[in-house]
Design a protein around this ligand. Sequence first.
Ligand code: HEM
Length: 484
Amino acid sequence: MVIMILLLLLILVTTYFLFHHKKYNSQLPPGSLGPPVIGQSLSLLKALKADRIEKWFQERITTHGPAWKASLFGYPTVVLHGPSANKFIYTCDGNLLSNTQPPSLSRIFGSKNILELSGNDHKRVRAAIVSFPKVEVLKQYVAKVDEEIRHHLQTHWHGKHEVQVQPLMKTLTFNMICSLLFGIERGPQREKMLPLFQYMMGGVLSIPINLPFTKYNRAIMARKKLVPMILHLIHEKRDALKEQTKQGDPHKDLITSLLSIRDDDGSKMMSEEEIIDNAITVMIAGHDTTSVLLTFFVRLLANNKSIYSTIFREHQEISSNKASEEALTWEDLTKMKYTWRVATEILRINPPASLTFRRTNQDIEYGGFIIPKGWQVLIAMSMTHMDDSLFQNPTMFDPTRFEKHVPSPPPFSYVPFGGGPRMCPGNEFVKTETLVLIHRLVTTFTWELLKKDESFKRVPMPEFDQGLLVKVKPLSETTLSCEA
Ligand code: HEM
């Protein structure tokens, strides 16, 4: 019954758009909207699952050029390609191109989440969010990140012969966001929250049917349980702030930061509801993306001896100047330049968030075409990453392309973190977590893939079939040859 109603709604929406765009027929980009309702969604989903989206997009770019129409996920869509298309999507005024999420997602994230906001509201909430995960603040937290990572390795890697990397990277990133961004220390509170977040994340990527036992329903129920927990946290942090107004540190964690931030006229910048919705959004936005990068990094080091050796030397050099249990510092991270270039190249070849959608709020002219009001606009960021006019030998893994002396790629061609006013505010946080983790991994363990060709599906985030199974050994038991 529910499926029938959903199908009917889709047919109505599609019919509306079919008639509505008739007046623009000659000005629409080339391409076809495909079979009613389904359009090309199944074919794109299939390509995502098989990790063949570049081929899928390239075939259509070759046929139609850099702008073409299709019907995807229930909406007529214009798909764009190229740095200027990226710039258009990332910098276009929110009144023309909105980032509105489907209502099913807003029920999980909450209606006041940053992704939904535009104009001054977006600026205000974003200013509050970026006040925490920025370099000046993160510098003070390197030892804390290091402690969290060493505890993770001690608990989940030491003494094990085999580990599943991807689920562990998810646990690590959840703990890292809890510790640094929410100020929730290890213990029962975190443990209660973990399954609730997992249900919510499962719901974000599910079919939005709210019936008992569906993934989507579990996500809605999880949000209901999580909201009072976050509210309690907000009240605790507000009381703590009041008690220590003089010596208190407003940058203690993201939630304290959001509570402390004031407008020019001294009034609060964020309501409790906004803090709750954005705490949830930050967790969902940061969790799978970061854990995908870390998982690909572990896989690369197992597969590429030459890169592994160079990284190993970089980190040995840093440890050789420190006492054995000494925590890492910001200065140490600044010496991990090669490691970050490797991460940058991983993000080029395998951007965790592969597609960016927007919706038009009015008819828009782009590249001589009309994109009618209510249509979707889509870019796949890996398409500019794999464009040989922008990156030489794009399929070759080559971190040297990000060396200082090599000219930077043209603006808006390298976009794993998006760009413009909505560019990911978590990128420095990701960098800190990645550098510290790789340092601790390569100076403590060696590992090899148990299944050399373990594949992954994009659903839409890359998910390894067996979670990326690796065999681990403590470094002390391994004779290493560091010859590149
Ligand atoms: C490798 C890890 C990550 C990647 C690849 C990534 C990627 C992105 C991308 C592409 C966007 C822009 C989306 C758009 O324009 O539609 C974005 C936005 C966002 N990201 Fe990240 N992200 C990562 C980690 C994080 C982390 C750790 C956090 C939390 C600290 C975070 C929080 C956010 C937020 C709140 C937004 C929305 C910003 C806005 O609308 O103004 N992300 N991210």
